[in-house]
Design a protein around this ligand. Structure first.
Ligand SMILES: [Zn+2]
Ligand SMILES: [Zn+2]
Length: 244
């Protein structure tokens, strides 16, 4: 008799997704994105944020060749440190948040470990580089700086945007699991893509997709469609009334 094994769930296939730190980073980032859109969307590139001065200043390496790869696990989460002559490969897993003078992102490394990433000194180039820092973009950072914040949390910091190496983009990346060629759109915003119903459900229920989901989008599009149809009907009735 054929033995049909239960198909594995996404958290079994990719256990790193079931990480409370990842969830907290993503939900906080989405909450910030939402408040920025709701309150300050008209100040798109003018919002000023402040932060404590960092201990060190991260900068572009003198020699870019022979940089040794590093992952987040190999960095100490308690030590403010610049990993010189090292390079970390990352994928951007949330849309950029422009808290000028910096750009805030959530990234994961090749092990699927998540981190907050803040890029400074971008005031003049923000508009130019933000398109290369969207969800699904792949980047490398040379001389990465793991910075400990005043509240004890840690994240990556870039002071010299020349340390970022842009490496293209994953095509149609699933909002939850990161798989490429995700074919299902969120039925409300029609922007977020998912590779399965399971990923769609996790992203909505666990990661707070509702915070960034443009629910009004579809409603407003439908409303505009209805208005157009009603106007056409009125116009036709007026024409019939006058020419009949
Ligand atoms: Zn997925
Ligand atoms: Zn949505």
């Amino acid at each position: 008799m054929a033995n049909f094994a239960e198909p594995k769930g996404i958290l079994e296939l990719k256990p790193y997704l079931d990480n409370p730190e990842r969830q907290a980073l993503i939900v906080t980032h989405r909450r910030n994105l939402r408040s920025l859109r709701e309150n300050l969307h008209h100040l798109q590139f003018g919002f000023i944020s402040t932060s404590a001065r960092p201990k060190f200043k991260q900068s572009v390496p003198k020699h870019k060749l022979n940089m040794k790869p590093i992952t987040l696990k190999e960095m100490s989460p308690t030590k403010d440190h610049i990993y010189k002559d090292r390079a970390i490969e990352l994928i951007i897993i949330e849309d950029p948040n422009l808290f000028l003078p910096s750009i805030h992102l959530v990234v994961e490394d090749k092990n699927g470990d998540p981190a907050r990433l803040c890029i400074y000194n971008v005031e003049r180039t923000a508009k130019k580089i933000v398109g290369k820092l969207e969800f699904g973009c792949k980047i490398g950072i040379l001389n990465p700086y793991l910075r400990i914040s005043l509240d004890g949390s840690h994240g990556l910091r870039v002071d010299d945007p020349k340390c970022i190496v842009y490496q293209g983009r994953k095509k149609d990346m699933c909002r939850f699991c990161g798989e490429e060629n995700a074919g299902t759109l969120c039925c409300l915003c029609e922007k977020a893509k998912y590779c399965s119903e399971e990923c769609d459900e996790y992203d909505h229920k666990v990661m707070g997709h509702g915070l960034i989901c443009d629910e009004d989008g579809e409603w407003f599009r439908n409303f505009k469609g209805y208005c157009k149809r009603i106007l056409i009907i009125i116009l036709v009735l007026v024409i019939i009334y006058y020419f009949a």
